[in-house]
Design a protein around this ligand. Structure first.
Ligand SMILES: C[S@@+](CC[C@H](N)C(=O)[O-])C[C@H]1O[C@@H](n2cnc3c(N)ncnc32)[C@H](O)[C@@H]1O
Length: 241
């Protein structure tokens, strides 16, 4: 069977519920792009998965709608929805269309590690622009494009015996699937270069407010020492012009 996000949803939910250092770090990086208090803010979490970002935003008081194309992910998100102070509702939807979301209805869109799964980035950013209010904000993370390109690997160097990242096929934009049976990219994902992400934002009418490459937290570095010197994510906050 070829894996998809729906077929690995139970595995992914189990991974996060067990306390994945990398995914907790991603949540904290993304939430770090938002205000500490979100009382009454209307937030769409695009590609919400099992709801890790949506729950955190709701805990700050946001009124969160989480959408995901995987029905099984949405089942997990609904079953884990936490009570107040904000709220969470979830729906199956395609992030390239956002057909369930009304035009101009949102203050924020968050997208944690999801834009890199969408086949059409321009369509997704157009949809995000449509659902945001004027001057609304998009905050997202993607696996760092420079270090998580197709077929990136690790190698021990002859010179000093250190394990270092081999970049892989950075130029090979498009769909690729990892053959690692334990890896999240066995469901497939879309590689894009760093400039492709930033240029698409500008083209679709967003102004960049923040671009960061956060260093791994101590917890991530302890769990995955080889990653200690590399930013695992690219994090961006952009405002709808
Ligand atoms: C790596 S998971 C991230 C989930 C969650 N944001 C998190 O931080 O754990 C990527 C998510 O994107 C979703 N996804 C993939 N393609 C999508 C699409 N076209 N529209 C909406 N969601 C999509 C997947 O189902 C999956 O839940």
């Amino acid at each position: 069977m070829t894996d998809s996000w729906d077929t690995i949803a139970d595995w992914y939910a189990g991974l996060l519920r067990a306390g994945s250092a990398l995914n907790d770090f991603n949540r904290d990086v993304l939430l770090g792009l938002l205000p500490d208090v979100l009382d009454g803010c209307r937030v769409l979490d695009l590609g919400c998965g099992e709801g890790i970002i949506a729950r955190a935003a709701a805990a700050r008081g946001a009124l969160v709608t989480g959408i995901d194309s995987s029905p099984r992910m949405i089942e997990h998100a609904r079953s884990a929805a936490s009570p107040g102070p904000g709220s969470q509702v979830y729906a199956v939807d395609d992030g390239c269309v956002l057909g369930t979301v009304a035009t101009g209805s949102l203050d924020w869109v968050t997208a944690g590690l999801s834009l890199n799964n969408l086949p059409d980035l321009d369509a997704a950013l157009s949809a995000v622009r449509r659902v945001l209010i004027p001057r609304g904000l998009l905050a997202f993370t993607v696996p760092h494009p420079c270090f998580e390109a197709p077929h990136a690997t690790w190698t021990r160097t002859d010179a000093d015996g250190q394990v270092r990242r081999v970049v892989g096929d950075y130029r090979a934009e498009g769909f690729w699937r990892s053959d690692d049976p334990e890896g999240v990219r066995r469901a497939g994902n879309q590689h894009r270069t760093l400039s492709t992400y930033l240029a698409a934002l500008i083209r679709r009418g967003f102004s960049l407010e923040t671009v960061t490459e956060p260093w791994p937290s101590d917890r991530v570095a302890a769990a995955q020492p080889r990653r200690a010197g590399l930013p695992p994510f690219l994090a961006v906050r952009a405002r709808r012009d």
